[in-house]
Design a protein around this ligand. Structure first.
Ligand code: GLY
Length: 574
């Protein structure tokens, strides 16, 4: 399922267009301008679920553009991948509009409710009550995904919202089959889901994880999607849906109000921009930490000839860049509407020069020598898709409910899990002052603030090729995107970005974790001799989906992460 699927008609058309470009290149001095402006020959989508990719293609076939397809893919993921995203969660959609080269990040991140308090998860002992922080409605921020759909369709799409939501509504009514991923992730969350009858009735069978192939129908979710299709933003954030949602949340111990829902808005944000070895990156801005940390790592790595180094030398330098970027994440980053995030400084090449100067080529820098604080790793379940249309419009979308199946809570009659994104705030006792450090303050809980995310939807523009990529994976998202970009810059295809073995360092704990088989014995021994603590995590992580556009030929290819078989990439000439 993970390889690009090109139907025969598409393949023939795409080959003949490719040949035409090559012939032009050989025959005409004007070819450079023609070739350099070659539009994508095909629409391409890579997402975490084949039904979502097919939904996007259906909307392309109906005349939709990339932004309509993004609504179709996102809303279908909300139906068929409830572990990872949904109407009860949020997302960041990074858009590139071809006609005017306009880039924007649509921030549909969740927002703390008005009654939220920085100590709301502390128990009588003054410690964070982990159960309250991640399970049930108190763990949920005000969702942004529905607002994102409406905004995308109204401001960027070509089709009516109802048309882009149609595949998701159909699948919610008709059902989707349970797959291995659903089962694997539900195994760890079923006990919590069983606490809430409205959740277990839909997503479990007699209180158990459903068998493979069991069809899950979601008529309540279909009704909510129809309300959004008919009434737009108000169909979710005011009126009967909002009233029922808030009543269900409060009945179960949550603190949401109708005013919280009514005041939710998506925010259009200027993306973070940086460059690396001649490539221009457009990536996520706060309330995500992703783009800033990515820029820091790439700025540190920029002067190094990584591709000519040994595996151990290269890995050492990449780890040191991760260590420093994640230290800054803990210290400085939060919702930039509430705290002063020094974006310009942190993403400036001169700043990276200073960080690089402290890196020894033969020794790991102990993290404790870099002042900072230990950060909680972010949630692990999220979804990503990448897509492009034949006009050159692009979307990198990362969507989340935080932990698998979010908070495990479904309000009666709503049909979707609420997120537990409040756990992406820093919730420690007395934060920030007990530690006297800015990290806790920058990401402390404040009413209406958005929790710090690691989501890193990214578009990389080169003179010859463009990449669209991203992945779920909590705090590991940013290092996965870094590793994917390094593959792309080395000229490798999307299949390599999404499948390459992964390693990760996040400052604290001071440890390099890696997927089984990532390093050979010699590389591991060299890293250890440099002072790195290396640890086989014993399992894989992430679910990356990427699209590449060759701007010289117009060719497009795409790939979905082989770690989960439900993903699907498709490339189709319209
Ligand atoms: N909840 C995962 C993230 O936003 O990074």
């Amino acid at each position: 399922m993970s390889n690009s699927k090109i139907n025969m008609k598409s393949w023939l058309v795409s080959r003949s267009r490719y040949l035409a470009v090559v012939v032009l290149a050989l025959c005409s001095s004007a070819q450079v301008a023609v070739a350099e402006n070659a539009k994508p020959q095909a629409n391409a989508i890579a997402s975490a679920h084949y039904l979502a990719t097919e939904a996007g293609m259906e909307v392309f076939a109906a005349g939709g553009n990339a932004f309509d397809a993004a609504v179709a893919v996102s809303s279908t993921l909300a139906v068929v991948e409830p572990a990872s995203s949904g109407l009860g969660g949020g997302g960041l959609w990074l858009l590139h509009r071809a006609q005017d080269n306009f880039d924007v990040m649509i921030d549909g991140r969740e927002m703390a409710p008005g009654a939220a308090d920085r100590n709301m998860y502390l128990g009588a002992d003054g410690e964070v009550n982990r159960d309250l922080a991640v399970n049930g409605p108190l763990a949920a921020g005000i969702p942004g995904e529905a607002a994102g759909f409406v905004h995308l369709a109204r401001h960027y799409g070509r089709l009516p919202l109802a048309e882009s939501l149609a595949p998701a509504i159909r699948l919610a009514k008709n059902g989707f089959p349970v797959d291995e991923k659903y089962r694997a992730l539900m195994t760890n969350r079923a006990a919590v889901v069983n606490r809430y009858p409205a959740a277990s009735a839909i997503f479990l069978v007699d209180g158990q994880v459903p068998p493979l192939g069991h069809v899950i129908k979601q008529p309540d979710l279909a009704r909510v999607l129809e309300s959004i299709a008919t009434h737009g933003h108000d169909g979710f954030y005011t009126g009967p849906i909002a009233q029922k949602l808030v009543a269900g949340v409060r009945e179960a111990g949550g603190i949401w109000t109708l005013d919280d829902l009514a005041r939710y808005k998506v925010v259009e944000r200027e993306p973070v921009r940086t460059s690396y070895k001649g490539y221009k990156l457009v990536t996520a801005s706060p309330p995500s930490s992703g783009g800033i940390a990515l820029a820091t790592m790439l700025n540190i790595l920029n002067p190094y000839p990584l591709s000519t180094m040994t595996e151990a030398e290269r890995t050492h330098l990449v780890i040191e860049s991760m260590r420093r970027a994640y230290r800054d994440r803990t210290l400085y980053l939060g919702d930039s509407d509430f705290v002063d995030v020094p974006i310009q400084r942190l993403t400036h090449p001169f700043y990276a020069d200073g960080l690089r100067a402290g890196i020894r080529h033969d020794r790991a820098t102990p993290s404790e020598m870099l002042p900072g604080i230990e950060s909680e790793p972010g949630g692990t379940d999220t979804s990503h898709f990448s897509l492009i249309d034949t006009e050159g419009n692009m979307v990198a979308g990362t969507l989340t409910v935080n932990l698998p199946y979010g908070s495990g809570f479904v309000a009666p009659g709503m049909g979707f899990f609420l997120n537990n994104e409040m756990d992406d705030f820093s919730a420690k006792k007395g934060s920030p002052n007990a530690y006297g450090l800015l990290g806790a303050e920058a990401n402390a809980i404040v009413p209406y603030k958005r929790p710090l995310s690691s989501m890193t939807p990214t578009i990389v523009h080169g003179d010859d090729q463009v990449a669209i990529l991203g992945t779920p994976g909590g705090s590991r998202i940013i290092t996965m995107v870094l590793l994917g970009i390094l593959e792309f810059v080395d000229g490798k295809p999307p299949q390599d970005w999404v499948s390459r073995p992964r390693y990760h360092h996040q400052y604290m704990p001071d440890q390099v974790t890696y997927e089984p088989g990532t390093f050979d014995a010699e590389t591991l021994a060299t890293l250890e001799s440099m002072g790195h603590e290396v640890k086989d995590r014993g399992r894989t992580w992430g679910n990356m989906h990427g699209v590449r556009w060759n701007v010289l030929t117009g060719e497009v290819d795409a790939a979905s992460d082989p770690r989960w078989t439900s993903g699907r990439s498709m490339v189709e000439v319209p």
